[in-house]
Design a protein around this ligand. Structure first.
Ligand SMILES: [Zn+2]
Ligand SMILES: [Zn+2]
Length: 346
């Protein structure tokens, strides 16, 4: 079979590799689509500790069940599935609570295990057992289903935010994740949903997709520009979906009493300390949350949203490349173009 093999930073080659076979407890999936995540780009450029070359990355996988190993129950050949990324150790306190994304020993499809930038991907017994192979409706478009994984991460973050109808929402970052946050907040009835970014090109998508009201914060004082766009009032929920420390402080400053703030995106590890006025948090009853990856229940929730058409999935997929052209996909992301880029592995 064909696979895009990562041999080291900036060295990905599409080559012939042996097709995986389903052993006991395992499932082999024929990949239809695998969307490209920001982390895939980061691995392509810099490599990553848990991606040991030669490796196949890609974790936003949609496919068809091609082979079912001995002892696997509840699946049929030919059914359409997605594969959840994170695999817990199965023993620790977090795994016992089914919070696999918080497991200290977690491993992941497309990192520790071969991923979806290939014609086939094998799901090992532990991953099948955890419930990571998720059946989806056969009529769900593969392009749309490829958005379920990133949307599941967004919904994990929003679980803490508990957005309510009529809440005023602010999202920093108009990348694919920021855009998904905005559309999910909108779907939950938040109004207005303001999306702040410094790139007019990205903000044009916000307007075009109808997911929120764009504001370019590079054109003056960011706080003033955001408040002006929002009619002068502060926000009930805020999400930082860009790796810029300053926006975390800005988010805290721009929310009103009893607000919920998600520090959704990580910031560079060499400079993570932010001076904050903790009295502001104390007196105003502001809650600040983190978020990392997602859990199985968020996949099911995201699947429902995509299937019901609650996010503009068609618009989100701005670029599609064949597996042979995966380098063009990386080049497109590196150039900051498009929103969601999908690899067609058929
Ligand atoms: Zn991802
Ligand atoms: Zn664990």
């Amino acid at each position: 079979m064909k696979a895009a093999v990562f041999h080291g930073p900036r060295d990905v080659r599409v080559e012939e590799v042996p097709k995986p076979e389903a052993g006991k407890g395992e499932i082999v999936v024929r990949v239809l689509r695998c969307a490209v995540c920001g982390t895939d780009k980061r691995i392509f450029v810099h490599g990553q500790k848990n991606v040991v070359p030669p490796a196949v990355t890609g974790h936003e996988i949609v496919g068809i069940i091609d082979e079912i190993g001995e002892g696997v129950r509840g699946f049929e050949l030919g059914r359409k599935v997605i594969i959840a990324t994170v695999v817990g150790c199965g023993k620790c306190i977090y795994c016992r609570r089914e919070q696999y994304n918080l497991c200290d020993e977690f491993t992941a499809v497309g990192y520790d295990y071969s991923g979806g930038f290939a014609e086939y991907v094998k799901v090992n017994a532990r991953i099948v057992e955890q419930g990571n192979v998720i059946l989806i409706p056969d009529d769900l478009k593969p392009d749309h289903a490829a958005l379920i994984e990133p949307l599941s991460c967004v919904l994990n973050g929003q679980e803490y935010l508990n957005p309510q109808k009529g809440d005023r929402a602010l999202v920093f970052g108009a990348g694919p994740i920021g855009m998904m946050h905005a559309s999910a907040l909108k779907a939950k009835g938040c109004d207005p949903v303001i999306v702040a970014d410094v790139s007019d090109e990205r903000l044009d998508y916000v307007a075009k997709f109808g997911v929120g009201t764009p504001v370019n914060t590079s054109k003056g004082d960011p706080a003033e520009l955001i408040l002006k766009t929002a009619g002068g009032e502060k926000f009930d929920v805020a999400v930082t979906a860009c790796s810029v420390k300053a926006v975390q402080g800005l988010a805290l400053k721009l929310v009103r009493k009893k607000a919920r703030v998600s520090f959704f995106a990580g910031i560079p590890k060499d400079d993570p300390v932010l001076p904050i006025d903790t009295n502001h948090i104390h007196y105003n009853e502001i809650s600040v949350f983190g978020a990392f990856s997602s859990n199985l229940k968020h996949y099911h929730e995201a699947l429902g949203m995509v299937a019901r058409g609650e996010i503009p999935a068609d618009k989100f997929v701005t670029h599609k490349f064949k597996l042979d052209d995966i380098l063009k996909a990386y080049a497109t992301i590196e150039a900051g173009q498009g929103i969601k880029i999908v690899i067609d592995c058929e």
